[in-house]
Each structure stands twice: as structure tokens, then as C-alpha cells.
Design a protein around this ligand. Structure first.
Ligand code: ADP
Length: 304
């Protein structure tokens, strides 16, 4: 295992009688970009709040750079930048002044950091603009600039692309990749735009109803997202019987009462087609397709 930055062991968080996190154990290693995936209400923000010290678990423990204990972790959390809630911005103050106040708050003595960040986040043109006059996208970028003021070596970003248009989304991806590659910043990023996460993340953590279902690397996901043969037929039970008995296929998934995905014979789908024809099964569609992160997420969460 690489250099561990952050680890949680069996974290439980309850809101009255509702269990928002159920024995959550995750390990985040230096230099990785973790895509944090889960439906609304699955517990992503709750975990991120615990990791950044905004909330505390009922059970379980957290360690940061190998250290446990709230006092030690409080000091180490300075090395984490985050955008979990709406940043506490002063609406009448300029963009630059907001950044400068944050710089003082986090105790970064480097006075040039604010202008550097304005440039990095393409906010130099609105340096003197009052924050209340910014567009949603600009505010979002300012939030990320605020998270970077303390020169963190880890970023925790909750839905950073919310409210951004496609151009800004792509610019943000480039920026995050650059921060990761050039400064080695580790990231935990939640997003419901899975296509976007697929382009950015090196690893994925899938959470569902407060439980971690899977942690897997981009390579592992790519292997699981291999091609499959999509078959549509009105005679699904017969079709499945042929797949199992004639072609000895075990790796398949029935998607609905007309469709099955087969994770075999992707190089020679004609063998499936031939076998089905021989058994007089009328096929509406038979095509090789790729599984996306979104498909994979739905498969994993629907199995629970
Ligand atoms: P996500 O970020 O994945 O959308 P959250 O972590 O915000 O999910 O929420 C997880 C669950 O905990 C949800 O069902 C939510 O309604 C509940 N929850 C979150 N915060 C509170 C709170 N302060 N009080 C009561 N329930 C909460």
C-alpha cells in the first residue's frame, strides 16, 4: 500500500434513529484522485464533514497522516482544503479581499498566493468585483481558490461542478488534474456527473445508503466496464436458458423483462446469435456495447 493520508475505521453516524453512515472504512492514499459516488442522501457529505472535523462520528475512528485524536488531527487538518458547504464569503467584499482574509485566517505568510490563485482559477478579471455580483460558476471557482489558500496537500470537494456550465466543468477538470500532477495534491471529490468523474478520478468509492459498497481503481473499473453483448428479445427466459445450457455463460445480467447483458462472447457475438436462431428465439437487438461508470454504478447499487 502507498502512503496513507487519511483512513477511517468503521465510522458510524446517526441522526436520531437514522443511520447515515454504517461502519464506513476507507483509506485514501497520497496522490490519488478519489471519485466519491452515491445517490443523493447516501452519506457523502456526512462523511466529508467528519473527515474535515465539521462533525463527529458516534462510533469508529479516523486517522490523518497516521495520527488519531482530535487535538492532533485539528492541527493536521490545516493541510486539507475543502469546499463542503457554501464558503463563508463576505458578499460586499471584493474577490481578492475575501481570499486575503482567508489567507490570514489559515495563517499562510505568502502574500502572493491570492493573486496566484486568482490567475489559476481564471478570476483575475473580477479581482475587485464584490462577491455578491459574481456568477454561480465564479463563486464555485472562488470556493476552490479559498480551499487552496492554505497550500493544502489534500482537497475534499463536495459536488464541485454543481452550477458550472460544460466549459467551466472541463476547465475545472484540467485545473484539478494539474494540481494533482504538479503538486501531488490528493483529492476526494463527490459528483453526480459520473461521466466527468470517470475522466478525472484514479479511484472510485461507491457509497449506498450509508455503506461503502466498493472501492476500486480506475484500472479495475475499466476491466469491469469491458464490453458486453446487449440482447433484446420477447423470449427472455428461453434466451437465458440457451445462454446457460448451450453456451455455458454464467456472467450475464437481466436488465428488464426484454433485455439481458452478456459479459462473454464480446469478440464473437455471432456465436450467441447463431445459438439463439437455432432455438428459434426471435432477437430484436444484439449488439456489443461498453459499460459506462454510470451503468456500473447502477449494477452495483441495484444488487444490494
Ligand atoms: P449525500 O451527501 O450523499 O447527498 P448526506 O450525507 O447529505 O447525503 O445525507 C445522508 C443522509 O443523512 C440523508 O438521508 C440526509 O437526509 C440525512 N441527514 C444529513 N444531515 C442531517 C441532519 N443534520 N439531520 C438529520 N438528517 C440528516
Amino acid at each position: 500500500m502507498g502512503d496513507v493520508i487519511l483512513q477511517t475505521n468503521n465510522i458510524v453516524k446517526n441522526y436520531r434513529h437514522f443511520r447515515a453512515l454504517d461502519n464506513v472504512s476507507v483509506t485514501l492514499e497520497r496522490g490519488h484522485i478519489y471519485g466519491f459516488i452515491g445517490e443523493n442522501g447516501s452519506g457523502k457529505t456526512t462523511l466529508m464533514r467528519i473527515l474535515t472535523g465539521l462533525s463527529f462520528p458516534a462510533e469508529g475512528s479516523c486517522s490523518l497522516y497516521g495520527k488519531e485524536g482530535q487535538a492532533e488531527m485539528r492541527a493536521l487538518r490545516r493541510r486539507i482544503g475543502s469546499t463542503i458547504e457554501e464558503p463563508a464569503l463576505y458578499p460586499d467584499f471584493s474577490v481578492w479581499r475575501n481570499l486575503e482574509l482567508q489567507r490570514i485566517l489559515v495563517g499562510n505568510p505568502d502574500k502572493s498566493v491570492c493573486d496566484e490563485l486568482l490567475k489559476l482559477l481564471d478570476l483575475s478579471d473580477v479581482r475587485e468585483k464584490a462577491v455578491k455580483k459574481l456568477s454561480m460558476g465564479m463563486k464555485q471557482r472562488l470556493g476552490i481558490a479559498l480551499a487552496l489558500v492554505g497550500k493544502p496537500d489534500m482537497l475534499i470537494l463536495d459536488e464541485p461542478v454543481n452550477g458550472l456550465d460544460p466549459r467551466n466543468i472541463s476547465a475545472l477538470r484540467t485545473l484539478l488534474q494539474k494540481l494533482n500532477e504538479e503538486q501531488g495534491i490528493t483529492m476526494l471529490i463527490s459528483s453526480h456527473i459520473l461521466k466527468e468523474l470517470y475522466l478525472l478520478a484514479t479511484d472510485y468509492i461507491i457509497i449506498h445508503r450509508g455503506k461503502i459498497l466498493e472501492c476500486l481503481s480506475h484500472e479495475q473499473l475499466a476491466a469491469k466496464c469491458e464490453n458486453y453483448v446487449r440482447i433484446s428479445t420477447d423470449d427472455l427466459p428461453e434466451c437465458v436458458t440457451v445462454l446457460e445450457k448451450e453456451l455455458h455463460v454464467l456472467d450475464y445480467k437481466v436488465m428488464d423483462d426484454r433485455t439481458v447483458h452478456v459479459y462473454a462472447f464480446t469478440e464473437e457475438p455471432q456465436r450467441i446469435s447463431r445459438a439463439l436462431t437455432e432455438h428459434h428465439i426471435v432477437v430484436g437487438e444484439l449488439a456489443v456495447q461498453g459499460r459506462s461508470l454510470e451503468d456500473y454504478f447502477f449494477t452495483v447499487t441495484s444488487e444490494v
